[in-house]
Ligand binder design. Sequence first.
Ligand code: NAP
Length: 267
Amino acid sequence: MKKIFITGASSGIGHALATEYARRYQHQGVTIGLVARRSEHLLKIAHHLNQYYQTKCYIYPCDVREANAVAMSAQDFIQQAGVPNIVIANAGVSVGTLTDYQEDINAFQTVMDINVMGMVHTFQPFIATMQQSRVSGNQAQLVGVASVAGIRGLPGAGAYSASKAATMTYLESLRTEMQHYDIAVTTIAPGYIRTPMTDINTYAMPFLMDVDVFAKKFVDAVEKQKRFTVIPWQMGVIAKLLRLMPPILWDRLTKHAPRKRRKNFQK
Ligand SMILES: NC(=O)c1ccc[n+]([C@@H]2O[C@H](COP(=O)([O-])OP(=O)(O)OC[C@H]3O[C@@H](n4cnc5c(N)ncnc54)[C@H](OP(=O)(O)O)[C@@H]3O)[C@@H](O)[C@H]2O)c1
């Protein structure tokens, strides 16, 4: 019986992952923990997965910025379902920010708190029990959702790019630490995926991928215990080139690039 804990499960990628795991493991059995703030969305998703795939779901309406709330959700999941095989830290927000504007300071803080600290809050309460459960032969894996936007700093997205660069580096540290306990750590860096997060973008999004297709490739990568992968692969090629590009070229390329919309961010 697989046990999977997913944050950001009320929408987009998290919802699609829960559905893909339920579909893929419906005959072997799977129990899923669903975390997000919007409880009504979680309830609907849990009901749907139970009805169509007989998947047992536990829902945890909470904010990943609140370490105690996430820890209590984790403890309850461990008590009810057992130590998860896979924990996916996927919750995240994206908004345009500019350092010139004092009113954007809150947005910087919010994006960092949710995207970076939210990931730490998600993994932390599971690690000790995962280390113990490895002794009895359980597979254990931590999966973090980063972004191609974290490979280079995008104009107008200082908070988001910095937060995703931070998650990638954090996940790499974690991977090196967890190898002593045989706990796999996987970083998934999505390109452009069709979700409510990208629906509001007015600029061209190369290699835009449907979220259901993305979820299948995501679960495949997790099963192969990949260390780092970019989905779709075409964005992976671009990401490799971006890493090599000298700063002077990056500045020229991005001088007139479109920017994510700034907004009064109150999440
Ligand atoms: N879509 C893309 O093209 C793309 C590309 C690269 C990376 N990503 C990353 O993929 C992840 C999922 O994004 P998405 O595209 O699926 O966006 P989405 O549809 O907007 O979903 C974001 C999810 O995160 C949850 N969330 C946000 N803030 C939260 C908080 N404080 N506490 C708990 N849950 C929170 C939301 O739930 P509630 O609002 O109910 O709390 C929602 O379930 C994010 O980390 C994003 O940065 C997406």
